[in-house]
Design a protein around this ligand. Structure first.
Ligand code: ATP
Ligand code: MG
Length: 241
């Protein structure tokens, strides 16, 4: 359903006289994510992971290549996102209820019973209803990341881009969030693009794994065949596992 075809991206780095120097951040990236499946992208810091997620989300345009969404039913495709930095991805002036309804307001979607939706969303991510009127600074990191996941669900997405969703959490909360994401995926038939430097986390949640090294996808493999990777980078990650 998501088809990414040879996308590349470069950024202006510096200017020498009239000449602009560029940094090639992504090079000919191609992959497919089928409905209900997750692709994990593993790469070290600076390999281009967040740039890739911005391109998929349409926040920036690739210099070349294209991104297609193939939808097999009449419903419109919704993509949403969960980011690493949960604190800066919510508006501190909004309370939990307002944060959850924000995507719907932005898209001018009216719903009959917002209170019911808020209660349902909180329930889905394991947050108690009494947090509804709280503000972000009154929540723990784990609670905030659950809130961000609930917000990502509010517009019934078919794909969620997860950019290091557990990296700012302690180990116990990391596992809880991964479990939550896994059960939500099964319940709603969601597809994930799960981007992380953590091979273990990616393996837990994804049916396919792609290795991003210096802006190139050097290897893609089903998670069940992970032990058969051939590239040096993938092997080194696997050895450290
Ligand atoms: N808007 C931008 N303008 C210029 N350079 C950028 C921009 N965004 C990213 N870069 C550069 O592109 C490279 C890849 O950045 P990106 O944020 O995609 O890496 P990442 O894999 O997400 O790293 P991390 O694991 O640290 O989050 C970096 O060298 C970064 O400095
Ligand atoms: Mg990043």
């Amino acid at each position: 359903m998501l088809i990414v075809n040879k996308i590349s991206k470069r950024y202006a780095k510096s200017k020498f006289g009239f000449k602009t120097q560029y940094q090639q951040v992504l090079r000919d990236i191609s992959f497919v994510i089928k409905k209900g499946e997750s692709l994990g992208i593993v790469g070290e810091s600076g390999s281009g992971k967040s740039t890739l997620s911005r391109l998929i989300l349409g926040l920036e345009k690739p210099d070349s290549g294209n991104i297609h969404f193939n939808i097999d039913d009449s419903s419109s495709l919704q993509i949403s996102a969960v980011f690493q930095d949960y604190l800066s991805s919510v508006n501190p002036a909004m309370n939990v209820s307002q944060i959850l309804l924000e995507p719907l307001h932005i898209q001018k979607i009216t719903i009959k019973n917002p209170t019911q939706l808020i209660d349902d969303l909180l329930d889905k991510v394991g947050l108690p209803c009494h947090l509804k009127k709280r503000y972000p600074q009154e929540l723990s990191g784990g609670q905030l990341q659950r809130l961000c996941i609930a917000r990502a669900l509010s517009c019934y997405p078919s794909l969620i881009v997860l950019d290091e969703p557990t990296s700012s959490l302690d180990v116990v909360n990391q596992l809880k969030i991964l479990d939550l994401l896994k059960s939500l995926q099964q319940e709603f038939g969601l597809s994930y693009l799960f981007i992380s430097h953590d091979l273990q986390a990616v393996t837990y949640l994804s049916q396919h794994i792609a290795f991003l090294y210096q802006g190139e996808l050097i290897e893609q493999i089903p998670t069940t065949q992970l032990s058969q990777v051939t590239s040096d980078y993938a092997k080194s990650l696997l050895n450290a596992f």
